[in-house]
Design a binder for this molecule. Structure first.
Ligand SMILES: Nc1ncnc2c1ncn2[C@@H]1O[C@H](COP(=O)(O)OP(=O)(O)O)[C@@H](O)[C@H]1O
Ligand SMILES: [Mg+2]
Length: 307
């Protein structure tokens, strides 16, 4: 029982207007230059080709593109979460910390990489809610983040932080002793977001974080993410094949096609004046965008352009 996507758009538009998109600044938090990622298999797949982008502090950057275009591979590369046979064959990723430090992310390894990952750039995956351990309480799993990454923190402080985090993402802290199977999918995904927020990251990469949830829960969680972003000031890379959703929540959108970023612009420009034929085709492929505006979008380009 799910609503068509276009019915969620007016609400998100309201969020956009009231929560404001003025959070984004001109200050960079991550600079990606000519990033190349190759799957080194029998027939090597050049999954990310020369990707360049600058992500600003507090900004929501949407990453769009059809399945297989390289979105997940790019996201993993940003945080060195890729695994063989994937290999970064070129380019650079520079993190610009709040405190002024510059980190060459691709040069990090071992303990410093592990510490960097959770505390500076946190990640929420599509299936994240299913990666909660079924036999350990939510409380124990959340506390574990602090035990591992903030070993000097006392037990009382740890408990207080965990309760605070759950409240932040809209989960009743009274439910902290629950096990994963006792929580709904939406609640579990909120817990995963709480975990990602635990160490106050400056950037959150969210790869299809709401795709597995029904549309109403999706909307609630998106609103929550935008609110938290405003409150805590982190930047977001939000990945989904759902372009209508991205248009509502993103400051800027990068469109990927066959491993390349073919267009990167503000959500408004991308919607009203898409430059690349593939972007126009992508916009035209969503029924919710093919009203009069969709006709407008499609005007002036012929199918041949997309080949
Ligand atoms: N483990 C792998 N081995 C070989 N090719 C892969 C592997 N994982 C992904 N790919 C390929 O890399 C390309 C990009 O995939 P992916 O980043 O998952 O795209 P998206 O997230 O946009 O759907 C696709 O062509 C996919 O088939
Ligand atoms: Mg993907």
């Amino acid at each position: 029982m799910s609503e068509p996507v276009d019915e969620i758009i007016p609400d998100l538009e309201q969020v956009r207007a009231t929560e404001g998109h003025e959070v984004a600044t001109a200050e960079p938090v991550l600079t990606v230059r000519d990033l190349d990622v190759v799957y080194e298999v029998a027939q090597p797949v050049h999954a990310v080709k020369g990707a360049s982008l600058t992500l600003h502090r507090g900004e929501v950057l949407g990453l769009a593109g059809e399945s297989g275009s390289g979105k997940t591979t790019l996201a993993y590369g940003l945080n060195q979460l890729h695994r063989p046979p994937a290999r970064i064959t070129g380019g650079s990723v520079t993190f610009h910390g709040r405190d002024g430090e510059e980190v060459d992310v691709l040069a990090l390894e071992g303990e410093s990489l592990r510490a960097f990952r959770w505390s500076k750039i946190a990640m929420v995956f599509q299936g994240a809610m299913n990666s909660l351990n079924p036999v350990i309480s939510v409380k124990a799993q959340l506390e574990d983040v602090f035990t591992t990454h903030r070993p000097q923190m006392g037990a009382a402080e740890r408990r207080r932080r965990c309760e605070e985090l759950l409240e932040l993402v809209g989960v009743d802290p009274g439910r902290i002793t629950a096990f994963a199977h006792e929580l709904s999918g939406g609640m579990r995904q909120r817990v995963m977001i709480a975990m990602a927020l635990a160490l106050d990251p400056e950037l959150m990469i969210m790869d299809e974080p709401t795709t597995a949830l029904d549309v109403v829960v999706q909307r609630e969680i998106l609103q929550e993410i935008l609110r938290l972003r405003q409150e805590l000031g982190f930047a977001v890379v939000f990945i989904t094949h759902d372009l209508p959703m991205l248009l509502e929540i993103s400051d800027r959108i990068a469109v990927m096609r066959r491993g390349e970023i073919v267009e990167l612009d503000t959500a408004e420009n991308l919607y009203f004046a898409p430059q690349h034929p593939y972007t126009r085709r992508l916009l035209g492929s969503f029924p919710s965008l093919t009203g009069s505006t969709g006709d407008f979008l499609r005007a002036g380009y012929s199918p041949e352009e997309t080949r």
